[in-house]
Design a protein around this ligand. Structure first.
Ligand code: ADP
Ligand code: MG
Length: 352
C-alpha cells in the first residue's frame, strides 16, 4: 500500500485561509472487457498524453462532437489504480488531516470501473492517513468511519442496515447532517477491511444482482479525521481540527440521461435516478457561475454533498469510461459531465 515519505508529508501543513480552486477532474479509460472482445467490439478512445483523450474513429465522426478532450489528468487502459489515486485523488483526500473537508467522486456508466477505481482509492487513502498519523506524534488523532447508501432517495446506514431510512437535518453550522448515522472508531487497517466487506454485503441484500443494485444506488463512505494538539496550556491557537473525506461511488451515469442508443429507450420512471439527475443539473449550473438558483435541495445526494459542489470543501472527480465503440454515446455523456465539472470552483477552508 502506498505510503508517504517525510518530505512529502510536510506539504500537508495546515493552511489557514480559504482559497478558491477548481474541482480536480480526471478520466480513466478501462481496458476492453471479455464480453466486449467476444462481441468483436473495438476500442475507439486513446489517451495521447497525460491530459488529453481522443476519439479515434474518424470514419463515423460527426462534426457536432469534439474528438479531443482535455482534463487535469487522463489515465489510459494500462494505468494502475495506485497511479489514479496518486495523481487524481491523493492531494484532495489527504486535506482532511489539515481540517479541510473533501470529496472524491467516481462517475461513469455501469461497468465502466467506478467501484474498481473507488475501492482502490479508498484503501490507498486510508493507508496514507494511518501513515500520516503514525508519523505525527505531536497530535492525537481519531479516525471515524461511516457509510451510507442512497437508493430510491432513501438514505440507508450501511453499518446499521436494520435501522430504517435516515433523515437529513439542516444544522446552521454544519450544513446538512444525516441523523443517527453510526460512526465507528477505526483502530487499524484490518478494521477498515472488515467494515468495507460488511458494507459491501449490506448493499446486496434483497436485490436480484449486485450489478442491478450498484447501478441504481450511490454509496458514500465517510472518514472523519479528528485531531488535537499537545500544545502547552494557555496557548491561544485553537488546537483541535475535524474534517471528513467522502468517497462516493455514484449510480451508473446512464441513469441521468433520457435516451440510450436507438431502440433501447427505457421507461423513465424506473430508469432515471433523481439524485444523479440533480447532480448533473447542479454541476451544469455551477459551471456557468454561481448566479441564480442552484437546486441542491432537490435530491438527497446533492443535499448531503452540497459543500463539495461549489461549497467549502476540496473536490476530485474521477470519470470512468469503457473504450468500446458500442458505448460511444454514454462515453460522450461522461466526458460532457467531466467538462462541466472542470469549470466549477470550490472554496476550500479549514474546519476548526
Ligand atoms: P462499475 O462500478 O462502474 O459498474 P466495476 O468497477 O464493477 O464497474 O467494473 C466492471 C468490471 O470491469 C469489473 O469486473 C472490474 O474488475 C473491471 N474493471 C474495471 N476497471 C478496470 C480497469 N481499469 N482495469 C481492469 N479491470 C477493470
Ligand atoms: Mg459499481
Amino acid at each position: 500500500m502506498g505510503s508517504l515519505g517525510g518530505d512529502e508529508l510536510s506539504q500537508w501543513d495546515v493552511q489557514s485561509n480559504a482559497h478558491e480552486e477548481k474541482i480536480l477532474v480526471s478520466v480513466r479509460l478501462r481496458p476492453l472487457n471479455e464480453r466486449e472482445i467476444e462481441k468483436n467490439d473495438v476500442s475507439d478512445w486513446e489517451c495521447i498524453n497525460n491530459t488529453t483523450i481522443i476519439y479515434k474513429n474518424s470514419v463515423s465522426e460527426r462534426s457536432m462532437f469534439p474528438t479531443a478532450y482535455t482534463f487535469d489528468r487522463v489515465f489510459g487502459c494500462d494505468s494502475s489504480t495506485k497511479q489514479v489515486y496518486a495523481e487524481g485523488a491523493k492531494e484532495v483526500a489527504l486535506s482532511a488531516v489539515n481540517g479541510i473537508n473533501s470529496t472524491i467522486f467516481a462517475y461513469g456508466q455501469t461497468s465502466s470501473g467506478k467501484t474498481y477505481t473507488m475501492s482502490g482509492i479508498t484503501e490507498h487513502a486510508v493507508a496514507d492517513l494511518f501513515d500520516y498519523i503514525h508519523m505525527h506524534n505531536d497530535r492525537e488523532f481519531v479516525l471515524k468511519f461511516s457509510a451510507i447508501e442512497i437508493y430510491n432517495e432513501a438514505v440507508k446506514d450501511l453499518l446499521s442496515p436494520d435501522s430504517g431510512p435516515l433523515r437529513l437535518l439542516d444544522d446552521p453550522e454544519r450544513g446538512t447532517i444525516v441523523e443517527k448515522l453510526t460512526e465507528e472508531i477505526l483502530t487499524d487497517w484490518n478494521h477498515l477491511k472488515e467494515l468495507l466487506s460488511f458494507c459491501e454485503a449490506q448493499r446486496q441484500i434483497g436485490e436480484t444482482s449486485l450489478n442491478e443494485t450498484s447501478s441504481r444506488s450511490h454509496q458514500i463512505l465517510r472518514l472523519t479525521v479528528e485531531s488535537c494538539g499537545h500544545e502547552f496550556l494557555g496557548s491561544e491557537s485553537s488546537s483541535t481540527l475535524s474534517a471528513s473525506v467522502n468517497f462516493v461511488d455514484l449510480a451508473g451515469s446512464e441513469r441521468a440521461t433520457q435516451t440510450l442508443s436507438a431502440g433501447t429507450r427505457l421507461k423513465e420512471g424506473c430508469h432515471i435516478n433523481r439524485s444523479l439527475l440533480t447532480l448533473g443539473t447542479v454541476i451544469r449550473k455551477l459551471s456557468k457561475g454561481r448566479n441564480g438558483h442552484i437546486p441542491y435541495r432537490d435530491s438527497k445526494l446533492t443535499r448531503i454533498l452540497q459543500n463539495s459542489l461549489g461549497g467549502n470543501a476540496r473536490t476530485a472527480i474521477i470519470c470512468t469510461m469503457s473504450p468500446a465503440r458500442s458505448f460511444v454515446e454514454q462515453s460522450r455523456n461522461t466526458l460532457l459531465f467531466a467538462s462541466c465539472a472542470k469549470q466549477v470552483s470550490t472554496n476550500a477552508q479549514v474546519n476548526l
